[in-house]
Every structure is written in C-alpha cells, then in structure tokens.
Design a protein around this ligand. Structure first.
Ligand code: ADP
Length: 484
C-alpha cells in the first residue's frame, strides 16, 4: 500500500494519543483489504487502561484549547483542511484499500469530510452568546456557549474518513478535545487524519485516535469515565441502544447517528429517467452500505414497468471489482457476513413471492463481492421492509396512491433519510411534510453535505451533524444572572 502513496508517511499503524504515536498493550490487530483479502497493516491494539490514560491527557489539554480564541482554533482547523485537500489522492487510496469503495467515491468522501473541517473552522469564529431581556429592573440575563469538554466518538467502517471529520471538526471548533475510536476494519484513514492534524499544528491531546479490536471495552470506558462529557456514535441502532444504556448512568450527553430504512418513492408524474439515475446513486453508492441508501423503492403502478425496465438496463451496466482498479462502480462488501445477510434477505423475499430480475447471487463465494441486484414484487412482510439491507439489493414495491405509500413509508421504527420523485407542486409539498424522516430528498438521490443538518428522528438517532446546528452538539449553554 505504501508504494501506491505519494507520501507514504500518511500510513501510520500506531495509535495517536497526546501528540505521540503509541504501541498497544494488547499487541496488534490485522487490517485487511476487502477486495483482495490480504492483510495491509497491523495496527496497535490498545488496552482499556491505555484509553483511560488518553482520556486523562485529553482532559488536561482541553483546558488550554478552550482558551484559544475562535479565530486561533479556526486557523488550525483551516490548516488541517488544507492538508486533507492537498493529500486527497493518498487519503482516498488508503480509504479504498481498507474499505473497498471505488477510488472515485473515496476521493469524494475525502472532499466531503474535509468540507466539515472547512465549515466548522469558519464556525469557530461564530460561537455567539446572547443578552436577553431581564425579568426585573435590577437583573441582567446573559447566555454564553461553552465547550462541553472531552468528546469521544465511535465510528463505523462505511465512511472511515467522513464519519470522524463530521464529529471532530465541530468538537474542535467548539473548544472540545476529541478521542476517536475508529472501526476495527478501517483504522488507517483515521490515523492518516491524525498525521495531518499533527502537521497542521493542532496541539497535543486535542485530536486523538485510539485503535483497538475490543469495541465493547472501549465503549464502556467512554461511557463510564466521568472525564468524557460527550459521546458521539455512528453505527447500528442496536449498538446505539447499548451505548445509550451505558451512558445513562452518568447522564452523559449523546449524539447518535443510527440505522435507517430509507423509502425511495417514484410517483406517476415523476421524470422517470431522473428517478432511475437518482435511484442508482442512492442505492448503489458504497455498494449500498450507507445509512441513507434507498432501502425500499416504491413505484406507482402507472410507471412501475417502465421504471423497472430502465433501472434494470442501467444497473446491468455497473461494473463490480477492486475499488483501486479504474472504471469500477461497485467495490466489495466489507466482509463475508455482509454477503450472507444479503443472501438471507433475498432467500426470505423469494419465499414470500419476490422475483430476482437482475444479479442475485455471486459466482465467487470466497470473497465479499456481491452483484447489484434488483428484486420485484417486494411486500411489507419481507425482511428488508423492516431491516436495513446495507448492500446492493434494490427491492421494488408497487403502490397505488399517495396515502397508501405514505403509510407504508412511515411504517418503520427508523426515520433518517427519505426520497421521492414527483412534479405536482401540491403533492411535493404534502409528501415532504408527511414523511416522518429527518431528511427528505425531493427529485434527488444525494442529500449529504456539510452545509445541511444531517440526522434522524424516531430510532434513527439523536442530534444533528453539519450546518450551524452541528456545533451545538459540542456546546453547553450557560445562563448568567447578574444583579446590578
Ligand atoms: P456497523 O453495522 O456499521 O458496523 P455497528 O453498530 O456494529 O455498525 O458498529 C459501529 C461501530 O461501533 C464500530 O466501530 C464497532 O466496532 C463499534 N461497536 C460495536 N459494538 C460496540 C459496543 N458494544 N460498544 C461500543 N462500540 C461498539
């Protein structure tokens, strides 16, 4: 892997704590390339007590960082953004090697992640307080916003760079120190960010990466260590519930970006070609392994057949392969278990009357590749109606009218992203208001940007990432009452 990089020093395999590169008390763990199955790095495996030490150091460092002016923190973050941008190609190569997504998508992720660093660098200067009208003539009310303290993050493998950037940037801008525990499958992108944070002059102890194969232990330390004042998690609803339960003991502030079950609705009056292109981007990006990927595609009966026909023709053109090879549209899934989950979903749907019209099973049963798959005749009793697919399977449901499809779309415990294609203005307004989701994409399959508040309702999570709202997750309000 080092041979593919213009700057091989971006490849780090030790944890980064308090400005030092640290070996793990528990040895090292393997990081594999999911396309080739070979071990590309052996990364420091920290013990729980090493993580506790990192928290103590981050707590000490945060006091000084919080005293920096917003403008000073902004400059440091801006340098970090510049370095991420300058090293975009190398960061993308590292990302593809450990995660599998095509290089072009990995480059897009680096730009997206860096966008958060740029945006929150700017926001560091805009953490405003307020003076409010007082309740008595001799009183004055002021409100200030202060950093929460040490913020800890647990992040998944599907966006190894952006899920960390999205949390670290607002935390650092707010004046918090930050400790990331990246997913065991994808620690190299996080460590490369640490190399650049170091070069950017972000002070020791402010941005830390603790690598460990023992996710549960680190989660417990983050929840039970009183010095951690904020926990931000992106991952499954199942693990989110565990962390919320653990965090309840200390009433710790939590942000949770959890699972989704995105409906993608195509009405009769939609521009069908646009809907097909939107569906492809929304469904097959990262091989379907994002929490905002279309999970259920509802198509109104009048255009059902033509939509299916055009989608199938376009999806048949997608190329699957090693993300590092040029011209590849879909990389492998993260591991074998992901393939088996998809096979389970397809078998279940077939039993209940679903029909696979493209893709289906992989010829190569050893790797973690899975072809883009289209299934028609999907119904509400099939597994994917309630569960996140997290893979390149597009189930197509047929529906009759607006009321029916809104009821179907909302019939889930999740509420992250939703999408629909329609042109009638009244319908567009009604449906956007009726969908019980934190995000609605209208006539578009791509909604992620650092400029908008990303987050879910219902069991998809708590809090928002991105936009000026994102920094609130790392700030406390303090009301100061003065008698004059
Ligand atoms: P995904 O399906 O995206 O892997 P998970 O919720 O399983 O979602 O994992 C998200 C992150 O949470 C990963 O970094 C994983 O290692 C970590 N994780 C898994 N279980 C726990 C746990 N019990 N406590 C803390 N972190 C966990």
């Amino acid at each position: 892997l080092a041979a593919l990089l213009a700057d091989p020093d971006l490849l780090a395999d030790c944890a980064y704590i308090d400005g030092q590169w640290v070996e793990g008390d528990d040895g090292r763990f393997d990081v594999q390339n999911p396309a080739r199955g070979d071990v590309i790095a052996r990364v420091a495996d920290l013990s729980r007590s090493q993580v506790a030490g990192a928290i103590a150091q981050a707590e000490a460092a945060q006091k000084e960082w919080a005293r920096w002016t917003g403008k000073e923190r902004a400059s440091a973050l801006r340098r970090w953004f510049d370095l991420m941008t300058r090293h975009q190609d190398d960061l993308a190569t590292i990302l593809t090697a450990e995660q599998g997504k095509p290089l072009a998508e990995a480059k897009g992720e680096i730009a997206y992640g860096a966008g958060f660093v740029e945006f929150f660098a700017e926001e560091a200067k805009r953490i405003r307080g307020e003076i409010l009208p007082a309740h008595a003539r001799d009183k004055r009310i002021s409100v200030i916003r202060q950093p929460i303290g040490v913020a800890a993050a647990i992040t998944p493998w599907n966006f190894p760079n952006a899920m960390i950037a999205r949390k670290a940037a607002p935390a650092l801008a707010a004046g918090c120190s930050f400790i990331a525990r990246p997913a065991g499958a994808t620690p190299l992108s996080a460590l490369a960010m640490a190399v650049l944070a170091d070069r950017a002059g972000i002070p020791a102890g402010i941005f830390n990466v603790v690598t460990s194969s023992a996710a549960g232990e680190i989660g417990k330390e983050f929840c039970r260590n009183p010095s951690v004042r904020k926990l931000s998690f992106t991952g499954s609803t199942e693990v989110g519930r565990i962390l919320l339960r653990q965090a309840a003991e200390q009433v710790k502030k939590c942000s949770m970006e959890l699972g989704g079950n995105a409906p993608f609705i195509v009405f009769d009056d939609a521009d069908v070609d646009a809907a097909v292109e939107g569906a492809i981007l929304c469904k097959f990006r990262a091989s379907g392994q994002t929490c905002v990927c279309a999970n259920r595609i509802y198509v109104q009966e009048g255009i059902h057949d033509s939509f299916v026909e055009r989608l199938t023709a376009r999806v048949a053109e997608l190329r699957i392969g090693d993300g590092l090879d040029p011209g590849v549209d879909l990389g492998p899934l993260i591991d074998r278990a992901a393939v088996e989950k998809l096979q389970g979903h397809i078998a279940d749907a077939r039993e209940k009357g679903g029909e696979v019209i493209l893709g289906g099973d992989t010829a190569d049963t050893s790797g973690s590749f899975f072809p883009p798959t289209i299934l028609t005749g999907a119904t509400s009793d099939m597994l994917f109606a309630q569960e996140e697919i997290f893979g390149p399977l597009a189930p197509i449901f047929r529906f009759r009218d607006e009321d029916e499809v809104i009821a179907l779309a909302n019939d889930t415990i999740f509420g992250l992203a939703s999408y629909f294609y329609a042109r009638d203005l009244g319908r567009v307004t009604r449906v956007a208001e009726a969908l019980e989701y934190g995000i609605v994409g209208i006539n578009t399959g791509l909604i992620s940007t650092e400029l908008a508040p990303f987050g879910g309702i219902k069991q998809s999570g708590l809090g928002r990432e991105g936009s000026h709202h994102g920094i609130d997750e790392y700030l406390e309000l303090k009301y100061i009452c003065t008698s004059v």
